[in-house]
Write a protein that binds this ligand. Structure first.
Ligand code: PEP
Ligand code: MN
Length: 345
C-alpha cells in the first residue's frame, strides 16, 4: 500500500504520519520522488481500508494498494517514478536509471592475473566504460573448470580500480564471502545461478553496496522481481536488474536467448534500473554488437559487455568476449544510437 502526499507536505506531518503507521506495525518507508513524497507500507495491510487511512491527514492525496506480489520492486510502490542507483566510484559518481545516460560495464569474465586485469581496465576506461567487471569467484558448470582465483583476485580488482578510476562490479556466490567482496566491490553481482539463493539475497540486502541481480536462466520475470524484493525487503534499495539470456529450446547457434522484451516489460512493472548483458545472452562475440545496439534501442539503462585482452586465451567465456580493439570500435556505435535516444552525455 502507498500513501501519496500532497506537494509541500511539511516534514513534521510526514514524521507524525510515519510514527502513526509504525505504531500500527506497518513498516512505513519514506520514498522521496522527484515531484512527490510517498510513504510505502508493507506488511499486514490486507484488512486496511484506504479511505479510512486517508482520513488520517489532510495532506494525504491518495492511498493506493500495490496489487502485484512484488511490492517494493513494483513501479506502483513509487507511484510510477523510476528510481536511480547512484554508485560512488574513484572517478566520480555514476547514476544508473531510466532518466540517466547509458552506463557501460566492461571487462573479462574472470580476473586471471594482475597484468590482464589492469590492461583491460585501462583499455575499457579509455574507450568510455564506466565500470570494470571481472569475476574472482566463478560459478562454473564443471567442477574441473577454472573456478576463479577467489580472494587474491579481489586484491587485483582493487589494484585495477586504483589504476583506472573505474568502479568495480564482481560476483559474490557465497554468504560467507559477502563482507570480503563488499570491501572492494562498488556493486555486488548476484549471478544467474544464485538468483533464488535466498540466504545470499538477504545477506546482500543487509549491506550497503548496490546489488546487480542477474536473471536466473529459467526465471520468469515475476520470479526475478520477487528475488529483487528479497534484497529490497532486507533494507537495500539499490538493486539493478540484469537480463543475461534465458534458456529456450535452441542452443545450437546462440548460448542463450536474450530476452529484450524484458526491457519494456520491466519498465512497466518496476522502477528499478535495467541492464542488458549481450555477452552471456548470445555466447558469441560476433553477435554482441547487434544485441547491444538493440538493447539501447529498446531502452536499456546499462550494458554489460565481456572484454578480454586475448579472447582466444581466456580461462572462461573467451568465445563471447570482445577484444579491446573490438570494444573500441563498438563504443562509438553505441554513442551514435545513445545520442539518438537522448541517453548519452
Ligand atoms: C558472469 O557475469 O560472469 C556470469 C557468470 O554471468 P551469469 O550469472 O549471467 O551466467
Ligand atoms: Mn562470463
Amino acid at each position: 500500500m502507498i500513501v501519496v502526499l500532497k506537494p509541500g507536505t511539511p516534514n513534521l506531518e510526514i514524521e507524525q504520519l510515519t510514527q502513526e503507521f509504525q505504531s500500527q506495525g506497518l513498516n512505513p518507508e519514506k520514498i522521496v520522488g522527484k515531484h512527490k513524497v510517498v510513504i510505502g507500507l508493507v506488511g499486514d495491510t490486507a484488512d486496511l481500508d484506504p479511505l479510512q487511512l486517508r482520513e488520517l491527514s489532510p495532506w494525504i492525496e491518495q492511498v493506493l494498494r500495490v496489487e502485484k506480489p512484488f511490492k517494493r520492486a513494483s513501479r506502483d510502490y513509487r507511484h510510477g517514478e523510476a528510481s536511480t542507483v547512484t554508485v560512488t566510484t574513484p572517478g566520480g559518481s555514476v547514476a544508473i536509471g531510466e532518466h540517466q545516460s547509458l552506463v557501460v560495464v566492461a571487462g573479462p569474465c574472470s580476473v586471471e592475473n594482475e597484468a590482464m586485469i589492469i590492461e583491460t581496465a585501462q583499455r575499457v576506461k579509455a574507450a568510455g566504460a564506466h565500470f570494470l567487471r571481472g569475476g574472482a569467484y566463478k560459478p562454473r558448470t564443471s567442477p574441473y573448470a577454472f573456478q576463479g582465483h577467489g580472494e587474491s583476485a579481489l586484491e587485483l580488482l582493487a589494484a585495477a580500480r586504483q589504476a583506472s578510476g573505474l568502479g568495480i562490479i564482481t560476483e559474490v556466490m557465497d554468504t560467507a564471502d559477502v563482507e570480503k567482496v563488499a570491501a572492494i566491490a562498488d556493486v555486488l553481482q548476484v549471478g544467474a545461478r544464485n538468483m533464488q539463493n535466498f540466504a545470499l539475497l538477504k545477506k546482500v540486502g543487509a549491506q550497503d553496496k548496490p546489488v546487480l541481480l542477474k536473471r536466473g536462466m529459467s526465471a520468469t520475470i515475476e520470479e526475478w522481481l520477487m528475488a529483487a524484493e528479497y534484497v529490497l525487503a532486507a533494507g537495500n534499495p539499490n538493486v539493478i536488474l540484469c537480463e543475461r539470456g534465458i534458456r529456450t529450446f535452441d542452443r545450437q547457434y546462440a548460448r542463450n536467448t536474450l530476452d529484450l522484451s524484458a526491457i519494456p516489460v520491466l519498465r512497466s512493472l518496476t522502477h528499478l534500473p535495467i541492464m542488458i548483458d549481450p555477452s552471456h545472452g548470445t555466447g558469441r562475440a560476433e553477435y554482441v554488437p547487434a544485441m547491444a545496439m538493440a538493447a539501447i534501442a529498446a531502452g536499456t539503462d546499462a550494458l554489460m559487455i565481456e572484454v578480454h585482452p586475448h579472447p582466444a586465451k581466456a580461462l572462461s567465456d573467451g568465445p563471447q568476449s570482445l577484444s579491446p580493439q573490438q570494444f573500441d570500435q563498438l563504443m562509438p556505435q553505441l554513442a551514435v544510437l545513445g545520442k539518438a535516444m537522448n541517453r548519452w552525455p
